[in-house]
Design a protein around this ligand. Sequence first.
Ligand SMILES: Nc1ncnc2c1ncn2[C@@H]1O[C@H](COP(=O)(O)OP(=O)(O)OP(=O)(O)O)[C@@H](O)[C@H]1O
Length: 782
Amino acid sequence: MSSPSSTPSGDVVPDPEIAREQEYVSMLHGRLDELREQARRRLASVLRHTGGTPQERSQRDSNIAMYTDQVAHYGAVDNGLCFGRLDLDSGEARYIGRIGIFDDEGDYEPLLLDWRAPASRPFYLATAAAPEGVRRRRHIRTRGRQVVALDDEVLDLSEAGAHGPHTRVDGITGESALFAALGASRTGRMRDIVETIQAEQDRIIRADPRGVLVVQGGPGTGKTAVALHRAAYLLYTYRQELSARAVLIVGPNETFLRYISQVLPSLAETGVLLRTLGELFPGISARRVESDDAAALKGRAAMTGVLEKAIRDRQRVPDDALEVSFDNEPLRITREIAEDARHHARRSERPHNHARSLFEIEVVHALSLELAERIGTDPYADDPLGEDDAPGDPQIMEEADLAEIRRELRADPAVQTALDWMWPVLTPQRLLGDLFTSAERIAAATPELTDAERALLLRGPDDGWTPADVPLLDEAAELLGEDDRDVDLLAEYRRRQQAAYAEGALEILHGSRPIDLEDEIDPEILTAADLLTAGILGERQDEREYRTAAERAALDRKWAFGHVIVDEAQELSAMAWRVLMRRCPSRSMTIVGDVAQTGDPAGTSSWDRVLSPYVAQRWRHVELTVNYRTPAEIMALAGQVLAEVDPAMRPPRSVRETGVPPEVRALDPAALVDEVIAAVRREAAGPEGRIGVLVPTADLATLGPLVPGAAVGAAADLDSRIVVLTVRQAKGLEFDSVVVVDPAAIVAESPRGASDLYVALTRPTQRLTVLCPGEVPKLLVP
Ligand SMILES: Nc1ncnc2c1ncn2[C@@H]1O[C@H](COP(=O)(O)OP(=O)(O)OP(=O)(O)O)[C@@H](O)[C@H]1O
């Protein structure tokens, strides 16, 4: 490794190699500054232009979007712009970085290769055994714009000498850069790993996007990192297709999404929508917490049947008849009419809201015949003196008259009220809200459930939605069908709003007309105000509304994403899988998780079970085997707990040792709080490093506020140095030091308690303390 040395006077004497690389890196930063400035100038210039044809305006809008993206893109890659260099056998040197930069003169030679470009691949894959034409791989470490160190790996063994690079785990590349990254203190936000992606990770990141790819891997194997880099790689490589359809990334909770939210911008990607499951139904934010049992019940695949029954329950017929007064004429919708109409509408197998029009046609038809019978009978039909009518032809109504009657019947509020009673148009929210707040409705829809299970579904009218409700709302939306009338109403409302905006704009235009024109009133001279109606202006406003694909996707329940990535996928219920599969009809998916870490009782212990209903056996399975987070000493303890979860499972191999064994201590239960505070103080005594205190759910509210300086619970500020969380809240996160409180209670709290403890023990990057009130649980005794 090369690094600068200091003279006695303190001046830094640059290593000549470092100085050479510094020159190149400074040149790249100069080019980056130019590119950013150029994008800024272009943005400012298109923003100044107004007017033009609709095509010109639309072109202008896409330019605005493009230059805005570029300014953000160049801004996000300043740190670590260039991090690698490959020296090939051919004598060619390639520099690798966060984006591609080309020479703006001559042949547009690449000055810096984007890490995702095919030519960068040997940086991640080349080994001494398979050098892929690479003689030397160099990691360039920078601080800001300054090169601070160089790590070289010589892959040509004749040059490297008899000994290849030594690693604890086979197959690791760029060891010193990797260890520098792994040993660094955590900040509370996940960082990108573009500088040190390992070969087994690279193969997943660049795998073919078609079909379902399952990435199984133990804790700390980089599943989340790989998933995010895969999103960035796919957007780079399949830009055309994916920027139009966007990539959806689903994570287990909001804390986790905040934790990973800055990785993608720093990878300079924006065509991605990050969501928890609870946010996947537009307009709903499902935050209410319910019991695990209730969530598990709502997650069962059988809930589709429950919803179907709940909908049928809303398709009612009167016991005898509904009386309707139409134009002062009493009409009767008999049980028979309603049953016939219902039979007809159900037989169509259309979604409930779509079938309503069939139901309506049938009922209105029957009522129109009833009316025609009454008012359309010729009183002189049997009178031989009756003028034109032939005897025996009592009907004097023409089809046109009947059609008019039907139209009037349909428009009649009383008829509509009766129709709504029998076959209401329902939104998913109304169907589910009405169902869960009524014990009778629940009973009608759940003949297979026990009373105790039914009680789990019942809630108060003011209780909000829970994450487990979201797949049910989505399923209900499918079964009900969109209510087109609502969509039309919304469109009409928007059109009016835009027209109102346009009226205002026209007034301004009109007000600014030259006075002499007003005076001349020359009919031949057309002004902008004459040419533009408010309607046209309104439509143009619509055209100008620019949204990225990810933003549009967030508002559209039926959006079909180009690719879907699911992190911590083991937690998803059967109903949740249905939602995700609907959002991804192409089945281009990356599913990332660890069945040994499943904590949610509705979650999965087998990938085959969740996937086979959708793709049969047509899914690929890859495994990550190296743990980059948790040191070997701590993994040895975690391995004991994993054996309890499933004796057949093996923990991933840790890439490093720290020499610091975990501390597992029994203590007097009465002293628990003091011991927790003392342990946190001890860990916080150093200058940096984040501390996670992981507690049983039941203790969060009482213990959390007692830990000095700690942020507590789901909404905890991730930048805080000390956080107190439940294990579920800490899923996917990591800390330099972790204090696990009362492991026995964590295990006892849930049917998947051992998995929860395994998750807790695998969060630290450096140190682990386990505080056990009473005695150390058997599964933690060495
Ligand atoms: N190639 C790599 N270079 C540097 N750091 C890495 C690399 N791979 C993983 N890491 C780091 O290892 C840690 C664990 O990664 P990550 O959170 O993605 O693992 P995970 O498999 O999702 O873990 P878990 O299942 O426990 O949530 C992170 O700090 C990540 O940045």
